[in-house]
Design a protein around this ligand. Structure first.
Ligand code: AMP
Ligand code: MG
Length: 401
């Protein structure tokens, strides 16, 4: 025997191990254009107020409400104030300044009459309807005060958040940077899509799938061309390319057969291989190689993707500071039945329907080669290790993908 214990590692234990390995992403200051989807690392404090000055909410005339006691009234218009005018002339009693939306309301004015309520005059204006004090004025600091925390640390920076920060004149923000993941598939049977296929060969799919999953999780992925089951080739490619990455993610070559390239290349070099009590995705490895964290996923496409979901995705998201690290879950009624190996957590592909009474229907069987079932599902059905059989109508936990 090879001295490896037959005891299975628990799902939670392996998950914690991967999370520990990946740790926390460094904080970097990035220009706003590069911050989309990242997590703010410290509070963003407003250096200016919003609005920064009293400004008009309408195209119209800046007036004193006291001058509109009797209507209609005709007032001279000494000044024109388009948006962007910076030398604002105070308003004298008995006059009106023509003003545009967003332009500074002049000192002395206490309301704006919208142009539709006037004759739209340029040298003088006839005003037909009155306004309340402050009507159509957007006061300085209405929205944000100087020195106020505009966004708290931990916020995910989406379009609206980036808009706010731009409005405050902040050009760059401290964020947890995207983790850089190097993706490498292994297998002598693999052929790149687009190339001819000989009998016994298959098209490579894990590399693109895992790189996409990394990006969906918020990380940065570089997908290398797959390598054959050749330990020296594997090590040479990894050694040449691994520098600067936060994680090496491999697929294939970790189970119990012969020609297990990843296992053979990394055993005794900082990576430990184990069997996790789950289906699919039993064979797993984790550790550090050349100082870089490594997670080695099994090669069956469904195993690789489910392993990524269960172990790698939450770790990447936690490292990048996201609060919602896990997929949303729901309790659903099972349509059909499921049997699951005892002592292992099973993750089955499912179609979850939130509308019609929260039901979930298994998609395809448990086989870890059934990639179309995965592609057609919208959730994973989680069958706990201690449950062997689930019947029609039973309650199950689903992870919504
Ligand atoms: P392995 O874990 O290397 O023993 O592979 C298990 C199964 O997954 C085999 O049927 C492989 O052909 C298949 N497989 C491994 N890697 C890939 C890959 N990158 N793309 C598609 N299928 C793969
Ligand atoms: Mg293989």
């Amino acid at each position: 025997m090879d001295g490896v214990s037959n005891a299975l590692t628990g799902v939670a234990a392996h998950k914690a191990r991967i999370a520990d390995l990946i740790g926390v992403a460094p904080v970097v200051e990035l220009p706003l254009a590069d911050c989309l989807g990242l997590v703010l690392a410290s509070d963003a404090v407003a250096p200016v107020a919003l609005p920064p000055f009293d400004n008009s909410a309408m195209d119209g005339y800046a007036v004193r409400v006291a001058d509109l006691a009797e209507l209609p009234v005709v007032l001279p218009v000494p000044e024109d104030i388009p948006a962007g005018r910076t030398d604002v002339v105070p308003l004298e009693p008995g006059t009106a300044h023509r003003i545009m939306t967003g332009a500074p309301v002049p000192p002395g004015a206490d309301a704006v009459v919208q142009v539709e309520w006037t004759d739209a005059g340029v040298r003088s204006v006839r005003i037909d309807r009155g306004v309340r004090l402050g009507q159509n004025v957007r006061w300085a600091e209405d929205d944000v005060k100087v020195g106020e925390v505009a966004l708290r640390a931990g916020r995910v920076l989406g379009a609206a958040q980036l808009g706010l920060v731009s409005a405050l004149g902040i050009p760059a923000l401290p964020v947890r940077r995207r983790l850089r993941v190097l993706v490498l598939s292994t297998g002598s049977e693999l052929v790149a899509p687009g190339e001819p296929l000989l009998p016994g060969q298959i098209y490579e799919s894990n590399g693109l799938m895992l790189a996409a999953a990394v990006r969906e999780a918020g990380g940065e992925a570089e997908q290398l061309r797959f390598v054959p089951d050749d330990v020296d080739r594997f090590r040479a490619v990894v050694e040449e390319r691994i520098g600067g990455f936060d994680l090496l993610l491999t697929s294939g070559g970790v189970s119990a057969g012969a020609y297990e390239v990843v296992k053979d290349a990394l055993t005794g070099r900082g990576v430990e291989f184990t069997k996790v009590a789950m289906q699919p995705g039993g064979p797993q490895g984790s550790g550090r190689y050349l100082g870089v964290p490594v997670a080695t996923l099994p090669g069956n496409p469904v195993s690789a993707q489910v392993s990524f979901e269960v172990f790698v995705r939450p770790a990447l998201r936690a490292a990048m500071g996201f609060v919602d690290v896990e997929r949303p879950t729901a309790v659903a009624r099972l349509r059909g039945s499921i049997s699951s190996p005892s002592g292992r957590t099973q993750f089955r592909r499912g179609a979850y329907d939130a509308g019609s009474g929260q039901v979930v229907t298994p998609v395809g069987g448990p086989g870890s080669h059934l990639l179309s079932s995965l592609a057609l599902s919208n959730c994973l059905i989680e069958v706990p290790a201690e449950v062997d059989e689930l019947a029609d109508g039973d309650e199950v936990l689903v992870r919504l993908l």
